[in-house]
Ligand binder design. Structure first.
Ligand code: AMP
Length: 351
């Protein structure tokens, strides 16, 4: 067990790290952020900050020596430099990062455990794409295997002519068939060091332009009837990875059952509602899990809860949002407003 008062290292300096650090502080821990960007919104609320490149082994080793445990809030942390962390426990295990960083490896891993992703094929050049389209058909989506997020690194392919007209992205890709879904939902699981696993109510998620706009729980019946199968898969994955902490899986609810979209080896935007809407938040449970503490209750703390993201200029409405006493406003402290940037979120409970 890692005792309160100890320092938790967090790799990544964004809003997820910020909300993890706030939860850690509540339990009496200190946080040390490691991130390459100088303007870290996680470092602002943490005791220590190492601003260094991921491959700066000396900085990574020095950072690790100050920590009792290290975790991550960003799934694209390069894995090789993490060797510099040495004997300090790194939770979740970096094999979760390796799997989640490559869409192709992730789909193969999940399919191997009995999960059902959309039909997919690896694509390295135009011939591969033409072959993938012949096999899977259109419409489909071409995605970069690595480093894509919030709809970036994705191209909708409506027809074979779209594929021919595409400006070739040049990186390793995967083509997947377009899924006809009635809703999107996520499974947010937390696995403790002793293997205990708890699940939050699965929210229905709405995306706009590839970015999460809204998460609401409880989800409609069309989702609820698929949650059981999706949780079974999540438990298999967590166990297979020897996972400790919060793990998120995104699914499409379809007539044929839940179709796996992707996983995130971390706390997740579709779980932000748990701060007020669950008995214990995803952030607190992640900290509890990595510190070897018992998990808190994941039950809903209201009849219903809804979380809306504040993207770009939407965060400018903060005064109007606060004028409604039922709103819980979270702003991440990002100084620069950019289109498509997650600036904050608002949660509402129905009691
Ligand atoms: P991703 O970054 O892969 O999660 O994609 C972002 C969003 O694009 C998803 O949440 C869906 O709304 C949509 N999307 C991605 N892949 C597919 C697919 N194969 N079929 C239908 N919609 C998709």
């Amino acid at each position: 067990m890692i005792a309160p008062g100890s320092t938790i290292g967090i790799l990544g300096g964004g809003q997820l790290g910020r909300m993890l650090a706030v939860a850690a502080a509540q339990l009496g821990y200190r946080c040390h952020i490691f991130a390459p960007e100088a303007d870290s919104v996680a470092a602002e609320v943490s005791a220590e900050f190492t601003c260094a490149e991921w491959d700066d082994a000396e900085a990574m080793a020095r950072f690790a020596r100050s920590c009792a445990v290290v975790t991550y809030e960003f799934e694209n942390v390069p894995v090789a430099p993490l060797a510099a962390i040495g004997e300090v426990p790194l939770r979740p295990h970096p094999r979760a990062l390796e799997t989640a960083q490559d869409r192709l490896a992730e789909k193969r891993f999940v399919a191997g455990l009995g999960g059902k992703p959309a039909p997919f094929a690896p694509v390295d050049d135009r011939d591969d794409l033409a072959a993938a389209i012949r096999e899977i058909g259109t419409p489909g989506i071409l995605k970069t295997r690595r480093d894509g997020y919030d709809g970036k690194g994705q191209w909708r392919i409506r027809t074979a002519a779209d594929a021919e007209a595409l400006d070739w992205p040049g990186s390793p890709l995967v083509y997947e068939g377009f899924v006809d879904f009635s809703a999107e939902f996520s499974v947010i699981a937390c696995r403790a060091a002793d293997g205990t696993i708890r699940f939050y109510d699965s929210p229905a998620n709405r995306h706009e332009n590839g970015i999460l706009a809204l998460s609401a729980a409880p989800a409609p019946a069309a989702v609820l009837e698929q949650v059981g199968a999706a949780r079974e898969l999540a438990a298999e994955i967590a166990q297979g990875l020897g996972y400790v902490g919060v793990l998120t899986l995104e699914f499409f609810a379809t007539e044929g059952g839940p179709v796996f979209n992707e996983m995130a080896p971390r706390v997740h935007n579709s779980g932000h509602w748990t701060i007020e809407g669950a008995v214990t938040s995803q952030f607190e449970n992640h900290i509890r899990a990595i510190c070897g503490l018992p998990l808190g209750d994941t039950a809903l703390a209201a009849r219903a809860v809804e979380m809306r993201n504040l993207i770009g200029e939407q965060a400018g409405d903060w005064a109007a949002i606060l004028a409604d006493p039922g709103n819980h406003l979270h702003l991440y402290g990002k100084s620069e407003i950019r289109a498509g940037r997650k600036m904050g979120h608002v949660t509402r409970l129905t009691l």
